[in-house]
Design a protein around this ligand. Structure first.
Ligand SMILES: NC(=O)c1ccc[n+]([C@@H]2O[C@H](COP(=O)([O-])OP(=O)(O)OC[C@H]3O[C@@H](n4cnc5c(N)ncnc54)[C@H](O)[C@@H]3O)[C@@H](O)[C@H]2O)c1
Length: 353
């Protein structure tokens, strides 16, 4: 027997398949552009969000994190892991799912896959930051680390900044080949490089998006020339960084939410009082972003809960016109709210009949 499902029990669920259908229906670059707009809108109302560093559970192999936030009307959270060794075992380094809920009654309003959505929102956030921080004439980007996130980064920078040349490097040449194959036909000129040093030559923007659970040195000081914007994505956990400390000392550093970035970002290598600028302040025009053509700007990205909130909000809006979701029987809804046990008994009775 199946129980009759009430409307209040149902939560729209976006599966991986429906997320892929949605992204393809909208178009990858249009999706990234729309997502970037949603992310920027929410950064511009930064003060209306309830903010906390994400709750991280570390182990020898990786981390599992919960990322909650609320704007007083909607509440969102993401479950996300980071396990660099996973890729070698045929699993994703990063997987995620998330929930959007109604603050008024606490009922979830959306449950969504967020593995693909995280790659999209991370790339969109990087591109939004770069629009404020990179030189206006930036056209060439180096991407070091050509794994799951890399194509999304390339396409977001193409869509939002007009990047038309990407120089790729990965420790594993197969990853670079995969990335080149996936980006072929997008209009981006692709150059495969044999070292990180070669990849950064002539790059206006350097994106580091490697995965390693240790202090790595993907970039050394001599590799970063004046005027470069660094989009440092892969250093996002205690003990997991990508840049040599000397680069940080020469850069103006921009972060999402300092209490979280001081724990997780490149700046964990610096004293707690090292000056950083909050990205939302640049967006709101409170603080200058790039001041001149010589300045080295660094977006020390770790990924913040509001970006996932924006992404879920954006997806939810799209569901209304596309219908690309399933009804999930997630919330118990007895006829009489206090009679939860009675619901179980009546179901049992129905099973016997
Ligand atoms: N900041 C954020 O918001 C955010 C969001 C998502 C993922 N991330 C991080 O981005 C990183 C990449 O994620 P992914 O899903 O693409 O991982 P992935 O495992 O799919 O790819 C990582 C790639 O980095 C390469 N690599 C490792 N060490 C390298 C080195 N020293 N030089 C060059 N290449 C190297 C690997 O060979 C692999 O191809 C992870 O560290 C992840 O935690 C950050």
């Amino acid at each position: 027997m199946t129980a009759e499902i009430s409307k209040l029990a149902i939560v729209p669920f976006v599966s991986v398949e429906n997320m892929m259908r949605l992204v393809l229906k909208v178009g990858v670059e249009a999706f990234l552009t729309g997502l970037a707009q949603a992310i920027e809108e929410d950064f511009l109302r930064w003060e209306s969000f309830d903010k906390t560093p994400r709750v991280a559970s570390h182990s020898a192999d990786g981390v599992i994190e919960l990322m909650p936030t609320s704007d007083g009307t909607l509440y969102g959270f993401k479950y996300v892991n980071g396990h660099p060794k996973n890729m070698r075992e045929g699993r994703q380094t990063v997987t995620a799912f998330g929930v959007l809920a109604d603050v008024g009654n606490g009922y979830p309003m959306l449950l969504s896959e967020m593995t693909i959505l995280t790659a999209l929102r991370t790339a969109a956030t990087s591109a939004v930051a770069a629009r404020y921080l990179a030189r206006k004439n930036a056209r060439t980007m180096a991407i070091i680390g050509n794994g799951a996130q890399s194509e999304f980064q390339a396409l977001a920078f193409k869509a939002l900044l007009g990047i038309d040349k990407v120089r790729l490097y990965d420790l594993d040449p197969a990853a670079t080949q995969k990335c080149m194959g996936n980006l072929r036909g997008t209009g981006i000129e692709l150059i495969s490089c044999t070292s990180a040093q070669e990849a950064v030559e002539g790059a206006d923007i350097i994106t580091t998006v490697t995965a390693d659970k240790q202090y790595a040195t993907i970039l050394t000081d001599n590799m970063v020339g004046p005027g470069v914007h660094i989009n440092a994505v892969g250093g996002d956990c205690p003990g997991k960084t990508e840049l040599h400390k000397d680069i940080l000392m020469r850069s103006d550093i921009f972060v999402e939410y300092p209490p979280q970035t001081r724990i997780e970002g490149e700046i964990q290598q610096l004293p707690q009082d090292h000056p950083v600028v909050e990205l939302w302040e640049v967006m709101a025009g409170k603080v200058e972003g790039r001041k001149n053509e010589q300045q080295i700007t660094l977006f020390d990205s770790v990924g913040f809960a509001t970006e996932d909130f924006s992404a879920l909000r954006f997806v939810r809006e799209k569901l209304q016109t596309t219908g690309l979701y399933e009804d999930l029987d997630l919330l118990a809804d007895p006829d009489e709210p206090r009679d939860l046990y009675g619901m179980l008994r009546r179901f049992e009775q129905g099973m016997k009949e």
